[in-house]
Design a protein around this ligand. Structure first.
Ligand SMILES: [Zn+2]
Ligand SMILES: [Zn+2]
Length: 259
């Protein structure tokens, strides 16, 4: 049992700012979060206030978030033949549960709509044939269901460089991105990184697939989006962040469920 004196500074990490409470054992925390169904919001919040917890969550809890939210994706990304590959679980966990939206001066210029947690993580295995040039069609990526952000008629959305209409946001992750054909093609083309923005999930540099002219027409069809109204970025770790302008839906079809 820790005394209050011991708890004034973190005994597990010299840099920890956690000065009020001692830390629970990892086993206890594991069981607590298992009971909380690996609540990602709580994990993210607690990671911000305690460095030791942040390290523990990166090593243990985010992996469980991924396994619980998207077991098939987690299993597939971790395997290559008989080998097991290290996955950055925290970045993947955030990607599974958080739709980034867009800030006015961010990746999708002129589009301003807040990010949000999603209740369910729905990802489909989309081979490169829908989202990538024919040469890359054997690449494997998982793409979320499109998250519709309603155009409320304000000027922020659908005015600069985007067709008017509801915006759809999607996110995804490549399997084995380091050996993917799309990465090879981006390097061969000498595609530049985005000058200022980084991946919202892992903070790595981003390539614009649109600027590299590598988005096929099938992407807009697959997303039910306007032609030429699709843009997406891929980071050095294979995370995908995309937006598109969607066709308006008829009143009778308007029951749309967020992820
Ligand atoms: Zn969204
Ligand atoms: Zn990333």
């Amino acid at each position: 049992m820790k005394t209050s004196k011991q708890c004034r500074s973190c005994i597990r990490s010299a840099s920890c700012q956690c000065t009020k409470f001692g830390h629970l054992d990892e086993d206890v925390l594991f069981l607590m979060f298992q009971n909380l169904n690996w609540n990602p919001k709580l994990i993210a919040t607690m990671s911000c206030v305690c460095k030791w917890f942040n390290e523990f969550s990166k090593r243990v809890l985010w992996k469980e978030v991924c396994r619980a939210r998207a077991p098939r994706v987690a299993r597939d990304l971790q395997s290559r033949g008989s080998q097991t590959i290290d996955v950055e679980w925290r970045a993947l966990g955030k990607l599974l549960v958080y739709c980034t939206g867009s800030s006015k001066d961010g990746l999708f210029k002129g589009v301003e709509t807040p990010g949000h947690f999603v209740h369910k993580s729905r990802f489909i295995k989309a081979s490169g044939k829908y989202f990538l040039p024919p040469k890359c069609k054997t690449d494997v990526l998982y793409v979320s269901r499109t998250c519709r952000h309603l155009d409320d008629g304000t000027e922020e959305m659908g005015t600069i460089g985007w067709d008017p209409g509801d915006m759809g946001f999607f996110r995804g992750v490549f399997k084995s991105f380091s050996t993917s054909k799309v990465r090879k093609m981006l390097i061969e083309k000498g595609a530049p990184f985005h000058p200022t923005e980084v991946c919202p999930y892992c903070e790595a540099k981003l390539w614009s697939i649109g600027e590299a002219e590598m988005i096929p027409e099938t992407a807009s069809i697959s997303l039910d989006a306007h032609e030429h109204g699709v843009e997406y970025y891929v980071c050095l770790n294979g995370h995908m962040i995309g937006a598109c302008t969607l066709w308006y839906i008829l009143e009778s079809e308007s029951e749309y469920e967020y992820d």
